[in-house]
Design a protein around this ligand. Structure first.
Ligand code: GLN
Length: 247
C-alpha cells in the first residue's frame, strides 16, 4: 500500500522568513527517500477554505508585524476548525510569527494589538523599542520520545512570550521565549511552536523524523520503524555549529 502524508502550508506568500519553506522541503525529502509520498497543499488569503482536519501536518512560518496583522483576521476565521484538527491529532509546526498567533495576542513595539487564535493561553508583547530584538543563533534542549536532543536554530523576534505552560525546550545558548529566558517555544503532544528558524528541520534531522514518525503512526495506526538515512553531512554541520555556539 502506498503511504502518503498530506501537508498544509499556510500563508506561504506572507509567512516565510529565514528559509522557513526549507522545513517543508526537508519533510518531503526525508519522506520520499523512504518511499513515502508527500502531498503539499498551500493556503493563503482568498483561497478556498481548507479543512484542517483532513491533513496530517500543518506548517506555518514567521513574519514581520505587518504581515501578522494582515493575516490574523483571516486565520481567526478558522479557529474552530483548527481547534478540532489539534484535538483530532493533526500535527502543527509553527515558527515564530505563526507560533505567536496561536496564543492570545501579539502586541507590537508601537502598542498595536494583533489578535491571536487564543487556542493556547500564552501571549506575546514586544518591548517599546523596535531596536531591541532577540536576534542570533540559538540552541535548546528538547525531549523527543523520551530522549534529550539539542535543537539548533536562529531567532529574530521582538516579541516576548509569557505564560507558556509547556515549553519546547530549555535554552542552552541564545534567548528563547524572552530575552535571556530559560525556556523556548511551546510543545504539546502534536503542536510545536518555536522561535527557531533555520530552517529548523535541516539543522535538526531528528526533529524532522520525530514529526514524520508521529504523522505516520497516527495516520496508519502503527509503530513506524523509520529507515535510517545517511545524515553524515547534517551531523558534521551540527557538530560544527554546536562547537561554535558553546558558551
Ligand atoms: N514579528 C514578530 C516579532 O518580531 C515575529 C517575527 C518572526 O516571525 N521572526 O516578534
Amino acid at each position: 500500500m502506498e503511504k502518503k502524508l498530506n501537508i498544509l502550508y499556510l500563508y506561504p506568500d506572507i509567512l516565510e522568513l529565514y528559509g522557513d519553506y526549507g522545513n517543508i522541503q526537508v519533510l518531503k525529502y526525508r519522506l520520499e527517500k523512504r518511499n513515502y509520498k508527500c502531498n503539499i497543499e498551500r493556503y493563503s488569503i482568498e483561497d478556498n477554505p481548507p479543512d484542517f482536519t483532513k491533513y496530517d501536518l500543518v506548517f506555518a512560518g514567521g513574519g514581520a508585524d505587518i504581515e501578522q496583522d494582515i493575516l490574523s483576521k483571516d486565520l481567526i476565521k478558522y479557529k474552530d476548525n483548527i481547534k478540532e484538527a489539534i484535538k483530532y491529532g493533526v500535527f502543527f509546526l509553527l515558527i515564530c510569527g505563526a507560533y505567536q498567533l496561536f496564543g492570545k495576542y501579539y502586541k507590537d513595539a508601537d502598542g498595536t494589538i494583533i489578535n491571536g487564535l487564543n487556542i493556547f493561553p500564552y501571549y506575546t508583547e514586544a518591548i517599546n523599542d523596535r531596536t531591541k530584538r532577540c536576534i542570533g543563533n540559538i540552541v535548546i534542549e528538547a525531549t523527543l520520545n523520551n530522549q534529550k536532543e539539542k535543537i539548533i536554530g536562529f531567532e529574530n523576534h521582538g516579541g516576548q512570550t509569557s505564560d507558556v505552560f509547556s515549553p519546547f525546550g530549555t535554552v542552552l545558548y541564545g534567548n528563547g521565549n524572552k530575552f535571556g529566558d530559560k525556556y523556548e517555544g511551546f510543545f504539546l503532544e502534536n503542536v510545536i511552536g518555536t522561535y527557531l528558524h533555520g530552517p529548523l528541520l535541516s539543522k535538526n534531522p531528528s526533529l524532522a523524523d520525530y514529526i514524520i514518525k508521529y504523522c505516520l503512526d497516527r495516520k496508519y495506526n502503527e509503530n513506524t520503524e523509520l529507515e535510517k538515512l545517511d545524515d553524515t553531512f547534517e551531523n558534521l554541520c551540527r557538530e560544527q555549529l554546536l562547537n561554535r555556539f558553546k558558551k
